[in-house]
Design a protein around this ligand. Structure first.
Ligand SMILES: NC(=O)C1=CN([C@@H]2O[C@H](COP(=O)(O)OP(=O)(O)OC[C@H]3O[C@@H](n4cnc5c(N)ncnc54)[C@H](OP(=O)(O)O)[C@@H]3O)[C@@H](O)[C@H]2O)C=CC1
Ligand SMILES: Nc1nc(=O)c2c([nH]1)NC[C@@H]1CN(c3ccc(C(=O)N[C@@H](CCC(=O)O)C(=O)O)cc3)C=[N+]21
Length: 288
């Protein structure tokens, strides 16, 4: 039976440290860190994620403001709001919830976010820095994945890591972080041939495709570390991952569940990145 590593438990620990740090700032009469979340449209999954982020900020003592725009918002209106958040000295982090409604240019909007407030790590400058191994804002889900691997007791150095999925939010930066940690990395996607064989060779398997219970025991090597990123809602309303948890759990060394796995870690890393942006902003302004 593999170890089950709960992101929810790791998150409680890390969020408590953040809460103490925020409480300390408050006691000293300092400015409080603040996150701005921009949501365009009414995608139900996005609405629920945004609520989760707001709740987590509140519990950690971090200020949060959600800017909920109409789905028919123009590119200019969206970008004007981003510019206002950039200029607002009370705001440390800006998260633009993805996907944007059809017709809006995601890349152009992301480029408007100040790289200093880009707590999602999606701005090309942060993306480039991560790929050059320079300190930067790293996307939250991949950061959470690396922390979970650490908690599994997995040393990535020299291991075969297979990342299935190449999105800019998850798969691609996760692969880069694994490479930076000296794993031998293979990135798979919908055009990959022999996916099963490649996965079966993985010491570390990162499943991020968005297909419910896609990875069963045929895809998993004995003793592998398995991270299930997928969040899929079943017809009965329950959530399930991309990994067939019951079929795989006895085979692997360690596995993350869904829910209570990577999802809570994504939010925790968003809080961590917001605190990092705050610290850097305070240092820039000479400690005010
Ligand atoms: N837990 C968390 O915090 C988060 C969870 N998620 C979840 O993770 C999953 C992935 O998200 P995201 O990266 O944004 O999704 P995308 O839809 O952007 O990317 C999916 C990736 O999987 C690849 N893919 C799809 N089908 C197959 C297949 N049959 N075989 C191999 N590769 C395949 C795609 O390939 P191609 O590029 O060729 O199309 C693509 O690269 C989703 O379930 C999402 O809900 C996302 C963000 C955070
Ligand atoms: N710019 C941007 N940044 C993101 O980080 C981002 C995004 N857009 N778009 C969508 C994805 C998805 N995502 C999740 C965050 C938390 C949970 C989470 O906490 N899930 C809980 C379950 C929550 C529930 O029960 O609904 C869990 O897995 O235990 C899931 C998914 C962030 N995303």
């Amino acid at each position: 039976m593999g170890k089950i590593i709960y992101g929810s438990e790791v998150s409680s620990e890390l969020r408590e440290e953040l809460r103490l740090e925020a409480e300390h700032l408050k006691q000293e009469g300092k400015r409080i860190p603040k996150l701005a979340v921009i949501l365009a449209g009414d995608n139900p999954a996005s609405l629920s994620y945004v609520k989760g982020k707001a709740k987590a900020c509140e519990a950690a003592g971090i200020l949060e403001e959600t800017f909920h725009l109409d789905g028919s918002v123009s590119q200019k209106e969206l970008e004007d709001l981003i510019h206002q958040c950039n200029e607002n000295a009370e705001i440390d982090g800006i998260l633009l919830q993805l996907p944007l409604p059809a017709g809006l240019d995601e890349n152009h909007a992301i480029e408007q976010i100040s790289p200093h407030k880009d707590v999602d790590g999606l701005h090309p400058l942060n993306f480039g820095k991560v790929h050059l191994g320079i300190p930067a804002f790293v996307p939250c889900t991949p950061l959470g994945i690396m922390e979970l691997l650490k908690r599994m007791g997995c040393d990535c150095d020299g291991k075969n890591a297979v990342v299935v999925g190449r999105s800019k939010l998850v798969g691609e930066p996760a692969a880069r972080l694994l490479l930076n940690a000296n794993a031998t990395v293979t990135i798979c996607h919908s055009h990959t041939k022999n996916l099963k064989e490649i996965c079966r060779n993985a010491d570390i398997l990162i499943a991020a495709v968005g297909k419910p219970r896609f990875f069963n025991h045929e895809y998993v090597k004995e003793g592998a570390y398995v991270i299930d990123v997928g969040i899929n809602r079943l017809a009965d309303g329950r959530l399930t991952g991309d990994v067939d948890f019951e079929d795989v759990k006895d085979l692997c060394a360690a596995i993350t569940p869904v829910p209570k796995g990577v999802g809570p870690m994504t939010i925790t890393m968003l809080l961590e990145n917001t605190m990092k942006a705050y610290r850097e902003a305070v240092n820039e302004s000479g400690g005010l």
